[in-house]
Design a protein around this ligand. Structure first.
Ligand code: ZN
Ligand code: ZN
Length: 172
């Protein structure tokens, strides 16, 4: 699915298949989410997007092609990725903060995303998450953006834990 101009209807048509970077893979998309951030991109709010553009930043699928320097993944692996694909080597990545990687890529923003049959994912050894067989592609596609965003807000920042009551409920 491609759009040529911000805010105008996207169309479904044939596009060139992506090639994997030497550190990356190409994944055959089995499921992809639709998110408010896709709307922002389509509206022209994201300076990373270059037209024409294929959106889609929440996906899961099967590794189809592997770059020469990828060692941990092979064709046929079922995978998903975080919202941010990190480089794995910059100071932010070294500190464990991949979400603010200085050389990050965001498939669906910095390059074409997963509203397509195939998507290129960079630094595969750093970013790809293998999926257990019982996890559906549709469920896995929700993990990188929407689940991780909510999880960090509730668990890491809000420090909500099992057994904690709601102050609002306790007062009522
Ligand atoms: Zn999203
Ligand atoms: Zn980095």
């Amino acid at each position: 699915m491609v759009f040529e101009r911000y805010g105008e209807p996207a169309e479904v048509r044939d596009v060139a298949d992506p090639e994997p970077a030497e550190h990356g893979v190409v994944v055959r998309v089995e499921a992809t989410g639709l998110c408010r951030s896709d709307w922002h991109g389509w509206q022209g709010h994201d300076p990373d997007i270059a037209l024409p553009h294929v959106p889609g930043h929440e996906r899961a699928g099967v590794v189809e092609a592997v770059g020469d320097r990828v060692t941990r993944r092979r064709p046929g692996d079922r995978v998903t990725v975080p919202f941010i694909c990190a480089c794995g080597t910059c100071p932010s990545c070294a500190a464990g903060d991949h979400q603010v990687c200085e050389r990050q890529t965001q498939p669906g923003f910095s390059h074409w995303g997963s509203f397509a049959q195939y998507v290129a994912l960079d630094h595969a050894d750093v970013n790809l998450v293998a999926l257990p067989g019982e996890l559906s592609f549709a469920t896995a596609a929700s993990l990188g953006c929407r689940f991780a965003t909510a999880y960090r807000a509730v668990v890491r920042q809000g420090r909500i834990a099992a057994g904690m009551g709601s102050p609002l409920l306790e007062r009522s």
